[in-house]
Design a protein around this ligand. Structure first.
Ligand SMILES: Nc1ncnc2c1ncn2[C@@H]1O[C@H](COP(=O)(O)OP(=O)(O)OP(=O)(O)O)[C@@H](O)[C@H]1O
Ligand SMILES: [Zn+2]
Ligand SMILES: [Zn+2]
Length: 744
């Protein structure tokens, strides 16, 4: 019988966003399987692709598959179905979704030529005896191998170990006592980690209830979603660990997603400490090779637990029991490139396909998730107290306008200065948070008002000290700081706005005796730097740690008793309906970093808008009131979770073209909406995007809003097809974002 396969070729373009059928020649028939990588003829080229279906008969002519890679099945039917769902839900090409699932890059198996005993250990021992003390170094080499038969050492490495030269080793090879052998080496990203083995803690009453509820859901073997809402320091991680133990008992696998930024050795050690080598780690800091090897360890069923960032949701498990998403409210779970998927939604879909349970954990649930508990879609479990009944920290709000009135021109309120001094005296630690890096956030001429801007983006340049430079935070463009205004030639150039660098420097002036460090993108570029700052903070070598949101999440430092927020308003001023939610989340998380040990913690939030409810309710640690207020606003303004949004962004270096295509698409959408009587659908725009230009590309947007997402998606795809037929301006990039998280 003749076999055919349907192949998705590896070209992310509209015209090939459908499977092509090829015939399988006899020699390859045994290798046919869904998820295999193949080479197929395509036009006059040869191209790679993936098998997504097997067909027994077709009634048209096809070309032959050229080759099938036999090393791996890159995805199984379940992951293929997930990819199909992603491509439909998020309106991307199927091949793009598939490529999000399979390990990226050209992956090679790493090998090295190692030395092995040519004979058995017993025989080798005899050889040593027979050598009878002659060729002393050769005996040493042989003995070493007899004692360490499993070590994979190259001849150079071996020579080093026994302090001899490679010629000794060559001599042994010539005698046939040892031989060269090519062996695979697995790269192990955790080899440098030494973790303490931990045992399950005896759970608190609340933890006990949570674990019981989760076990019940697991036992049902049906997909479901649980939201574990636990205040900061309530011991959510221990609940995760004990839930994973249940999954292991049932012989199933667990995926744990944490935000990229929290994927620190400390986090990994908490899982490795409990489950040892059953844990694999996947994140973007691994080299392609390391990631590939971890992927294969999962694939070969050598691990039961994967801890990783967003894309670990695609870990190639076959018997998934549980997906945990820690800090589920984090916006980094949404990918900003195509496919623009949200890991939480993908996890829920994957759990549905494999009858698994999704466990979302956070102190500050996203409005969407909490809303879903209220309408019965998710189960809600709460940990309302900190472990050991530690109190949540006292939060004080400082009105910066009042500070200024009373003559304080520094960025630190009187209170914050006093409290910092007090902590230094007591030998306790403090964290100072500001969500802006650099020294000054913009540079302006005092004579003509000219602001230094990026040439390619519609943003002002940030001033950085050491080295002194103006930098664009969107495209990384850098230029020297001008001595005179490029507009009017004036020498009166002033620096405005405070970044973390300036906070650090000012603190050093105020407290010259203190050890102060800074953690932001700029200080952590070097590999290992992030880790180094964290561990020296943990060991008490740093008194005050200044940082961006990098210091806000998940860290557990017992000796931190003071957290200061320089200004709470940075996120509030963004043109985004989620600004209030973001601010509440961030403040609650930052506040949660203190008072985690035996000593009580204190938080000082400085703000120019202290009356804002996000700030007020963060002070009270009052999520529920915040939710009530915010959800009311969303309902009235028809924003998610009451509607879905699709954001369509057009971009090109020629703004006229962008406007033309945006108008065209706007008209098509309106016409389509009239046709389907889309009364519930709202079309906003076209308008210039809030971030009007990035990397030389002008940007315009259209926003669709409606209750029925499938209707919105259908509308979008029809309109885009129509646009492509009409539009003469093919160079304009059109990018679709379903359920966007950022509106910039
Ligand atoms: N049952 C327990 N008995 C004793 N200590 C516990 C118990 N559960 C957790 N802890 C400890 O309490 C501290 C806080 O726990 P954990 O970091 O898991 O909290 P969390 O809820 O994840 O906090 P956050 O949301 O702030 O990250 C940790 O040091 C942890 O070891
Ligand atoms: Zn000027
Ligand atoms: Zn720029």
């Amino acid at each position: 019988m003749c076999k055919y396969v349907a192949v998705m070729v590896d070209l992310p373009v509209e015209q090939v966003d459908k499977p092509f059928t090829y015939k399988v020649p006899d020699r390859l028939k045994k290798d046919v399987e869904i998820g295999r990588r193949v080479i197929v003829p395509f036009g006059r080229r040869k191209i790679e692709g993936y098998i997504i279906d097997i067909v027994e008969e077709v009634d048209f002519d096809t070309k032959d598959v050229i080759n099938i890679f036999t090393s791996f099945q890159f995805f199984n039917q379940e992951l293929l179905d997930l990819a199909k769902w992603i491509s439909e839900y998020y309106q991307c090409y199927l091949i793009s979704a598939l490529k999000a699932i399979v390990p990226s890059g050209k992956n090679k198996i790493k090998t090295k030529r190692v030395i092995k005993l040519a004979q058995s250990i017993a025989q080798s021992k005899e050889i040593i005896n027979e050598m009878n003390g002659r060729a002393y170094k050769q005996i040493e080499v042989l003995s070493y191998l007899v004692e360490n038969p499993n070590l994979l050492l190259t001849s150079t490495e071996l020579a080093q170990k026994v302090d001899t030269t490679p010629s000794t080793i060559r001599a042994l090879v010539d005698k046939g006592f040892i031989l060269y052998q090519v062996e695979e080496v697995r790269r192990n990203p955790c080899s440098h980690l030494n973790f303490k083995t931990t045992k399950a803690l005896s759970p608190t009453e609340d933890q006990q209830i949570a674990i019981k509820e989760i076990s019940n859901s697991l036992a049902e073997e049906e997909s479901s979603t649980i939201l574990l809402k636990g205040v900061t320091g309530s011991g959510k991680t221990e609940v995760y660990l004990q839930a994973i133990a249940k999954v292991l008992e049932a012989g199933k696998e667990t995926i744990v997603l944490v935000p990229e930024i929290s994927l620190t050795p400390q986090t990994i050690s908490r899982f490795k400490g409990r489950f040892g080598n059953q844990v694999a780690v996947l994140h973007s800091q691994l080299s392609t090779g390391e990631r590939f090897d971890e992927w294969r360890r999962i694939k070969e069923c050598n691990v039961k637990i994967v801890v990783g960032a967003r894309s670990a949701v695609f870990a190639p498990f076959n018997n998934l029991g549980l997906i945990i998403i820690d800090e589920e409210h984090e916006s980094s779970y949404k990918q900003d490139d195509h496919p623009k998927y949200h890991a939480r939604e993908v996890a829920i879909k994957r759990a549905e396909l494999s009858d698994a349970v999704v466990l979302l954990g956070t102190a500050t649930p996203s409005l969407e998730s909490y809303h879903r508990t209220q309408i019965g879609e998710y189960k809600l479990i709460e940990l309302p107290k900190r472990v050991d009944d530690r109190p949540l920290p006292e939060v004080e709000i400082i009105d910066l306008r009042e500070e200024l009135k009373s003559g304080n021109k520094t960025m630190f309120s009187e209170l914050l200065q006093e409290e910092l001094k007090d902590r230094l005296a007591k030998g306790e630690q403090s964290m100072i948070f500001l969500n802006r890096r650099g020294f000054s956030t913009f540079v302006q001429c005092r004579e003509c008002g000219h602001v230094m801007e990026c040439n390619d983006c519609d943003v002002s340049l940030t001033y950085h000290a050491n080295p002194t430079i103006l930098q664009c935070h969107y495209c990384d463009y850098k230029e020297d700081v001008p001595n005179t205004c490029p507009n009017c030639g004036s020498i009166y150039i002033k620096y405005f706005g405070v970044g973390t660098q300036k906070v650090e420097e000012s603190l050093k002036e105020l407290y010259p005796e203190a050890t102060i460090a800074r953690m932001d993108v700029d200080t952590t570029r070097r590999k290992g730097a992030y880790q180094q700052i964290l561990s020296s903070f943990k060991q008490g070598e740093i008194d005050i740690l200044v940082g961006t949101q990098m210091i806000a999440k998940g860290h557990d430092f017992a000796n931190v008793t003071l957290v200061g927020v320089i200004t709470a308003d940075t996120a509030l001023n963004l043109p985004d309906f989620r600004a209030g939610e973001r601010t509440f989340q961030l403040l609650t998380q930052v506040a949660g970093r203190t008072g985690r040990g035996d000593k009580e913690g204190k938080v000082i939030i400085q703000s120019y808008t202290p009356e804002h409810y996000s700030i007020q309710l963060a002070q009270e640690h009052d999520y529920k009131s915040f939710y009530q207020l915010e959800i009311g606003t969303r309902e009235i303004a028809l924003y998610p979770p009451f509607t879905h949004l699709i954001n369509i962004t057009m971009s090109n270096e020629d703004e006229d073209k962008v406007i033309k295509v945006s108008n065209q698409l706007g008209e098509i959408l309106s016409a389509e909406m009239n046709k389907i009587d889309g009364e519930d659908i709202m079309l906003l725009g076209p308008v210039q995007a809030p971030l009007a230009k990035v990397r030389g590309q002008y940007r315009w947007q259209l926003l669709l809003k409606g209750k029925d997402l499938s209707q919105l998606r259908l509308l979008t795809s029809q309109a885009l097809t129509e646009l492509k037929d009409l539009s003469t301006l093919k160079s304009v990039r059109v990018s679709v974002d379903v359920d966007p998280l950022g509106m910039l």
